[in-house]
Design a protein around this ligand. Sequence first.
Ligand code: UDP
Ligand code: MG
Length: 349
Amino acid sequence: MPEDKNETQPKKQYRRRRRQSKSQKQRERQSSSGQQTDSKNIATSVVVPLYNEDASIPELSEELKSVLGGMGMPYEIIFVDDGSTDTSFKVLRGLHKNNKRIKVIRLRKNFGKSAALSLGFQQASGDIVITLDADLQDDPSEIPNLVKELKKGYDVVSGWKKRRRDPITKTIPSKLFNYTVRLVTGIKIHDFNCGLKAYRKEVIKRIKVYGELHRFIPVLAHWQGFSIGELVVKHRRRKYGKTKFGITRFMKGFLDFITVLFTTRFAARPLHLFGTIGLVSFFTGFFIDAYLTIQWFLGNITLSNRPLLLAGFLLIIVGVQFFAIGLLGEMISRGQNMDDEYSVRDILD
Ligand code: UDP
Ligand code: MG
């Protein structure tokens, strides 16, 4: 019996080799006919996250093909189906079959726009990466303009939906959101969450977009030292389907902002944040109580009817606690290797 096995094995291997070489030949043929995209030659990757957008996809794909074709350079379009429950994937499969420049990634379930973008970024092989929403609200004809702006020397160019075609319930909170983020981060752009953006490859391979942090990509990029530009882009009304983000988006947006601030600014130096709060609280309490104690010594007051004394104690205790949290944070961050957090531009060796 064992001899039998030995006899059959080489045959199997041979068959496998033949199969491999056949598919290799097929690949070569396809690439020479220009059908198959060769990762080295791709200049632009377009990443489209989508969730239940079957009605919009065919039109979007036609628009993208005509715009990208007109730019006269090799491209790929990566659709990331974020666990759609409609026929989006079927539509995408059809598109992929007819055009090998169209790639499709399908998630097992709906993980959210950030996850979809992140996976698209991993797969993208172009030197320039464009993102846009799948719902036809972002106009593909803006892509050449974004690329032109990027080539002026920016690492990221973010679209600005100056004339926004959305209901007022979305536009007003969004203005407030953008204003706050602009004020706190000092990044001078007006529309952080615009779906239409252009990136140099280094940026998307560098930043980590998870949770719902897609709203803060310019902030994440800025903190890595990348330069951010902005360009006014056309915005269109949603033609099919409805928005995938409810009113909770703004609450979540502000909570995520705290996460972003913390992870970009203070993750390496937690004592700078907690220590500052702690010291301010401690010394305020200390001076209040010192003042009351002196007054008491001088016989001007009795302490029993001064609730301020308790406020002073509270501030001192809270101050010490904040400081201690900061120190604990320092110990934790010291234990972590932060090398990966620093973004290197060049190495001359
Ligand atoms: N999207 C996604 N996963 C989600 C929610 C949305 O991939 O869980 C996609 C959606 O299909 C669209 C883009 O993200 O292509 C923007 O979503 P939407 O148009 O609903 O957002 P809005 O324009 O209302 O801000
Ligand atoms: Mg939309």
